[in-house]
Design a protein around this ligand. Sequence first.
Ligand code: ATP
Length: 385
Amino acid sequence: MAAIAFEAVQKRYPDGFEAVKDLDLAIADGEFLVLVGPSGCGKSTALRMIAGLEDISDGAIRIGDEVVNDLAPRDRDVAMVFQSYALYPHLSVRRNIGFGLRMRGMDRGEIDRAVTEAAAMLELTQHLDRKPSQLSGGQKQRVAMGRAIVRRPMAFLMDEPLSNLDAKLRVSMRAEITRIQKLTRTTTVYVTHDQIEAMTMGDRVAVLEHGRLLQVGAPRELYERPKNLFVASFIGSPSMNLFDAEIALRGDEVVLALKGQDITVSAGDRADRLRSQQGRAVVLGIRPEHLATAAPGLPTLKAEVTLVEHLGAAQLVHLVTGAVSSRIAAPSDDDEIARARGESLAMLPVELDILTGQSISLSVLSERLYLFDPETGASLDDRLH
Ligand code: ATP
């Protein structure tokens, strides 16, 4: 096992396209790091450069202490797991898992031991003599994992390994991969466009956009302290509501002036810091799950309910406030359509009786009002608390 580091890594494809720009990222030995971002952000390219499947245009990649830029893929001692599984259809599960070891000329007894151990870890023992066509999607994915595990590589590199599975299986395999990674303590770099996978699996998550690393941190850190609008709206589901606003004073009170309404910031440190920013244009972000029924003394958003969706554990309430920001389109998510219609969303307890057409007031804690610069998208919350 080994640490992996990107040092000022650039990737320019032969047509001149820059897929990865100036990437600095250190992944600790034994860490589970998720590279996440929308389609085309360069995450697969970054992963493939670690594996040696893409050349590095500039900078260096280290695996352990060694710079591997010029090392052939087979000499890098990393195991790649793809979404397509890449199993040999004519070989049994046993022979698929042991394939890499046989190629290396490992002794038969040792191969048997390694395959038996991996199959037990992956709950594949009773399927060892089946062919891939006799397995479910989740089982095939576990065989692919088994093939990686038996090699005891320095690192696992996984490129969207769950994207061919149905929603339910994705959830269970997600937990399975996390469990196996914790058991083997193998450094893992995992690529996905799914922010829920990123948040649930990663020790740390690196968010990429247009080939640039925007932020890297523990899932909770990205959720609580996003450094910019992109990370703020990419992390969290449904995504953060965004409103164009201006910091203003109304008498003694500090307000965020939205189109058609003021949101008063509760008196305290946060309001005091905002006071000096009077007149500044901002983008205000409020997470749907941070909105609650109106409480006296808290910042309050007034809206009209356009739709109520019951999700079982909560209700997703669609709101019109007339003040939505078009700064950032919602990431390709279920909430995209609501956002396209200029709606905001609130995730509220099922116990509340909420009807379509109703006027509603919802509150949010002052420290959960996220503020961003409308020009650069940078967080202003360093943190104006
Ligand atoms: P996805 O989730 O869609 O796979 P990704 O974030 O993994 O996206 P990459 O596959 O790393 O993205 O591609 C990053 C960018 O580089 C994309 O804009 C893609 O079109 C471009 N790209 C990939 N391969 C080449 C190539 N061989 N030549 C030129 N551009 C390429």
